[in-house]
Design a protein around this ligand. Structure first.
Ligand code: PEP
Length: 251
């Protein structure tokens, strides 16, 4: 049985005072929830704050990016070992904003995924197609290629210690959500592709949906057989909304 994972991606939002209220609200909101895991992926400067606020609670925390390198002359970059110093469990890799705004290639994403795992972090590997790609009927090709880059570098067995987030780019921050059927179809494709290589890994793999998931659509999306949680952008910044999504994810 896979445990649903609802992870907030705060992106470049927040501030010390705001974060305090959000972290405390989420922690209190999910305290009584069972059969699901909640997490928040915060901006780098607030990792210490998240660690202090959330240590010993049911809420895990993580980062939104990392360097593919271990250490050295890489000004402005953050290594996996540094994330571990602040108690991170998760790190998002290959978010579509990193791919499109910062030119991260499939190969770079695969290198970051490997760096995260080598340090003992759980990568949340984001995959997903643009609207143009969906309309061109190449969604499976694109998502398959993004997965293949990681499998080629780290092997299919590495997915036993990873999370995949299917995030159609056209649904991120747009208010447009994939229908439960559209999302389920791609999730089933992802699980099937991995099952063709290793059924055990595929069966255990948590595949989140991301793209305008909110309190009003979470229950339906999360009731699909291959949707094992959510990666939540906008709605993760509002305590009540994020907690409501976590509530919908309970077993
Ligand atoms: C995201 O950034 O991963 C995301 C899913 O954003 P939103 O929920 O705002 O669409």
């Amino acid at each position: 049985m896979r445990t649903k994972l609802v992870a907030g991606n705060w992106k470049m939002n927040g501030g010390l005072a705001q974060n305090k209220a959000l972290l405390e609200g989420v922690m209190a909101g999910v305290a009584g929830f069972n059969g699901m895991q909640a997490a928040v992926c915060v901006p780098f400067p607030y990792l210490a704050q998240a660690q202090q606020a959330l240590a010993g609670s049911k809420v895990a925390w993580g980062a939104q990016n990392l360097s593919q390198h271990d250490k050295g002359a890489y000004t402005g970059e953050v290594a996996a070992s540094m994330l571990l110093d602040f108690g991170c469990r998760y790190v998002i890799v290959g978010h579509s904003e990193r791919r499109s705004l910062y030119g991260e290639s499939d190969e770079l994403v695969a290198a970051k995924y490997e760096a995260a795992q080598k340090a003992g972090l759980t990568p949340i590997l984001c995959v997903g197609e643009t609207l143009e790609e969906r309309e061109g009927n190449i969604t499976e090709q694109v998502v398959g290629r993004q997965l293949d880059a990681v499998i080629a570098r780290s092997g299919v067995a590495s997915l036993a210690k990873a999370v995949v987030a299917y995030e159609p780019v056209w649904a991120i921050g747009t208010g447009k959500t994939a229908t439960p059927e559209q999302a389920q179809a791609v999730h089933a494709f992802i699980r099937g592709k991995i099952a063709s290589l290793d059924k055990g890994v595929a069966d255990g793999l948590v595949i989140q949906y991301g793209g305008s998931m909110k309190a009003s659509n979470a229950a339906e999306l999360l009731s699909q057989p291959d949707i094992d949680g959510g990666l939540i952008g906008g709605a993760s910044l509002v305590v009540e909304d994020f907690v409501a999504i976590c509530q919908a994810a309970q077993r």
